[in-house]
Design a protein around this ligand. Structure first.
Ligand code: ZN
Ligand code: ZN
Ligand code: ZN
Length: 389
């Protein structure tokens, strides 16, 4: 398979399902019920949006795995790599049937065969309340819990196919940032630049542009400022935070650039000092990544440096979040998360300093924990860029 292939081979899904089954027993569940969302995509390859009709992968601790779907989606479910490989059986239901009763029947059958009817059923985090309530009604004798911890253990360590797709997405985001920094900004609104970013994210290989934050001047002091009508001026910084989805996997990168304009207005000493502080915090936090280090240590590394320079109160968010099929997922780099890093964990390292009413600086790379340290997936430069146009 070529390095830039977007396909995930069917065997990979069978491997993931086998690991999930082992975890179902380890976590003491009788079965897991996985609704439409990233967990289902991870296990089956099924791509779709949740809707009122129930779509559910039923994974008992023993026995056949059923993919319960509305009749009109049966062929789509059958074509997923997991079903096509014969590792799950598609169970379609008719438009007038009660899908919850159908699922309750499958659970009862599998539970009786495995002697596990007293064990709780794990529900995926993204299952809608209307579905949870329907299942509780139809399987009224059963206890329900969260499948979140099971799926987190599996998904937070990326396999080789996921790592490849995260790299492809990161590079596509890098090319987008580089193109924006090489273009014209003065006099354009944030919204115009944001639209250009979205277009470029697609042109560079994403299937979807998910976000394109453009925070110019004072707007950069709000970390999740979107993009508005403000016109970018010469002599101010702009925070660009952008990402898209490529074959299901997210990119997410931030660069803060200085708009010098044709008048070549240089940044002042305070901006330069803050920029270099954030750059150093980003670099030291990345250097702290290695197997066994608690996730909170990555946050603390950046935070201690920024606090020592007197800007601790202006670094108002955790330093990073896991990334994969979701833009924010486990593991979170935040005080209190003692999860030891493991090879294959992918997450952002994105310290920032926000000067209210003036400007902000944030620099963000996605990194993956390797055997000896971080593999940095984003490769566009971190040195301050001065945009002349
Ligand atoms: Zn964010
Ligand atoms: Zn971001
Ligand atoms: Zn991020």
């Amino acid at each position: 398979m070529s390095e830039d292939s977007r396909q995930i081979p069917a065997e990979r899904f069978a491997t993931r399902l086998a690991a999930c089954r082992a975890a179902v027993s380890e976590h003491g569940f009788g079965a897991l019920l996985i609704g439409v969302g990233p967990d289902l995509r991870y296990l089956t390859g099924f791509v779709g949006e949740p809707m009122e009709r129930l779509t559910l992968l039923v994974i008992p601790r023993q026995g056949p795995v059923s993919f319960v779907v509305p009749h009109l989606e049966a062929s789509k479910a059958q074509a997923t790599p997991l079903s096509a490989a014969g590792a799950a059986t598609v169970v379609p239901f008719e438009e007038t049937a009660d899908a919850f009763t159908l699922v309750a029947g499958l659970l009862a059958e599998a539970g009786t065969a495995a002697g596990s009817t007293a064990l709780p059923i794990g529900l995926s985090d993204r299952l809608w309340a209307m579905h949870v309530l329907g299942l509780q009604r139809a399987a009224s004798g059963r206890r329900f819990g969260s499948a979140g911890p099971v799926m987190r253990d599996l998904r937070q360590v990326k396999d080789a196919d996921e790592a490849r797709l995260l790299r492809l997405a990161a590079r596509a985001a890098d090319r987008t940032v580089d193109a924006i920094a090489a273009g014209r900004l003065v006099g354009r609104t944030e919204a115009e630049v944001s639209r250009e970013i979205r277009g470029r994210l697609i042109d560079e290989g994403h299937d979807m542009a998910d976000f394109a934050i453009v925070g110019s001047g004072p707007n950069g002091a709000s970390p999740h400022h979107d993009a508005g009508d403000r016109r970018i001026e010469a002599g101010e910084p702009v925070v660009l935070d952008l990402g898209g989805t490529l074959a299901g996997y997210l990119s997410d990168t931030t660069r803060t650039i200085w708009v010098a304009g044709e008048a070549s207005i240089e940044p002042g000493p305070e901006f330069r000092r803050v920029y270099e502080l954030v750059r150093e915090a980003q670099s030291q936090a990345t250097a702290a990544v290695r197997p066994g280090v608690p996730a909170e240590r990555i946050d603390a590394t950046a935070r201690e440096l920024i606090a020592a320079a007197g800007y601790g109160d202006l670094f108002t968010h955790r330093v990073g979040h896991g990334i994969g099929l979701e833009v924010h997922e486990d593991p979170y780099m935040i005080a209190g998360n003692t999860t030891p890093l493991r090879p294959g964990m992918a997450f952002s390292v994105e310290p920032g300093i926000y000067m209210p009413g003036r400007w902000g600086v944030r620099l963000e790379n996605v990194v993956m924990c390797g055997a000896n340290g971080a593999e940095v997936l984003n490769q566009s430069g971190l040195a301050l860029r001065l945009v002349r146009g």
